[in-house]
Ligand binder design. Structure first.
Ligand SMILES: [Zn+2]
Length: 385
């Protein structure tokens, strides 16, 4: 049914925004013929997610297919209830065109974050990334099977609370997670080789699991206001982890451990670390350490933590030619003192070609990794990122 609504002009509205969106869409690989239809669906959803409502003709042009192909893919998406017709444009040149947009209520995502030390967070998220419902669950130091059972009951509760079909279940976990959703190691939760996605699999909805820094990076890529497609996200919480995004793709590495820099030694004669080595980056910087320093107004500790992080980042940024550093974690990572210390330490160690472009900024997505868990499902199920 056609709803009568006022739709702002065909998106994206400015030539620059249009170029940016076209570039973003061109990043997606689409070579295998059998994947073409799926890939076209993903591209159209991605165009609508980042660019807003658009006409069939605009979408065809944006993703580089014929009008007939675009119409057929849009019909598929409409049949699935993932997009909707929003009304007709008026006032522009030519015939009024029917605008298509993502149907936010077409599905709900069950998103669970295991990142915080003392509580798990669960949410129902719609297709536009709006949190419909958010619940917290005290962890009470559960580890091993007890922690797994808590996650299972959160999943059941949220699946029961959903009032739309479920697109999938996304989980952001600390530690190293492989592409199949097995937690290789998450010390805090006492998990080792735990096939979490398999354990929590539901009949009709797939379960996707990612490391929390990677989930944060996906949230920034999918919901961030910066439109950045090349950045390093630094997640500071109990430890330090990175999410590396290059050309719109998350790098996970050969053994799914890309970005695990917390136990890189920055001071060989430093304090002993939980891993047994001395002077790991995590002994110099963590959420609790920054919070404590902030409480005691101890700027020196904050500056030193930022300097250690910057020193560890300098070679990574140089190697990848990335000059955009996104800080995610407790509010303390967003202070000017900390950010300046990180920026100065990177600038001191890199060539002007990098340091003159260097930006160190807080994440534009709320520090709630449930949105990262939701972004993971949008990516894996619909190709939106
Ligand atoms: Zn260590």
């Amino acid at each position: 049914m056609l709803k009568i609504v006022i739709v702002p002009g065909a998106a994206p509205s400015t030539p620059t925004a249009r170029d940016e969106l076209a570039e973003r869409l061109s990043l997606a690989p689409r070579s295998l013929p059998e994947d073409l239809r799926r890939s076209n669906r993903g591209l159209i959803l991605r165009a609508l997610h980042h660019g807003g409502p658009a006409s069939r003709a605009d979408l065809a042009k944006l993703i580089g297919v014929t009008a007939a192909t675009a119409s057929s893919v849009i019909k598929d998406l409409d049949d699935l209830g993932l997009v909707e017709e929003l009304g007709r444009t008026s006032g522009s040149v030519g015939k009024p065109a029917t605008m298509i947009g993502i149907a936010p209520d077409g599905r709900q995502i069950v998103a669970i974050s295991l990142s915080k030390p003392d509580e798990f967070v669960g949410a129902l998220v719609d297709l536009s990334g709006t949190i419909v419902e958010r619940r917290t669950y005290p962890r009470e130091n559960r580890t091993g099977t007890d922690a797994l059972e808590l996650v299972r009951s959160i999943r059941d509760e949220l699946v029961g609370a959903a009032d739309r079909p479920i697109l999938g279940v996304g989980i952001a976990s600390p530690g190293i997670v492989d592409p199949e959703g097995t937690v290789i190691r998450a010390s805090r939760l006492g998990w080792q080789g735990l096939p979490l996605a398999h354990e929590l699999g539901l009949g009709e909805a797939d379960v996707h699991v990612a490391n929390d820094a990677n989930a944060s990076a996906l949230a920034e890529l999918t919901f961030g206001t910066s439109n950045a497609t090349n950045f390093v996200l630094v997640r500071v919480d109990q430890g330090v982890g990175l999410g590396l995004v290059l050309k719109g793709e998350l790098l996970t590495g050969a053994a799914s451990a890309a970005g695990e820099i917390g136990h890189v030694v920055v001071q060989p004669d430093g304090d002993e670390c939980t891993c047994g080595k001395r002077g790991c980056l995590e002994t110099k910087i963590s959420g609790p350490l920054l919070q404590q320093a902030q409480k005691g107004a101890d700027d020196d500790v904050v500056r030193l933590a930022g300097a250690h992080l910057g020193a560890a980042l300098a070679s990574i940024l140089s190697a990848l030619d990335v000059a955009d550093v996104v800080l995610s974690g407790p509010s303390e990572v967003a202070t000017d003192t900390f950010r300046d210390a990180v920026r100065d330490a990177v600038a001191d160690r890199t060539l002007p070609e990098l340091s003159e472009r260097l930006v160190v900024r807080p994440s534009s997505v709320d520090d709630d990794i449930v949105l990262g868990a939701a972004a993971l499902v949008l990516d894996r199920e619909l190709g939106i990122r």
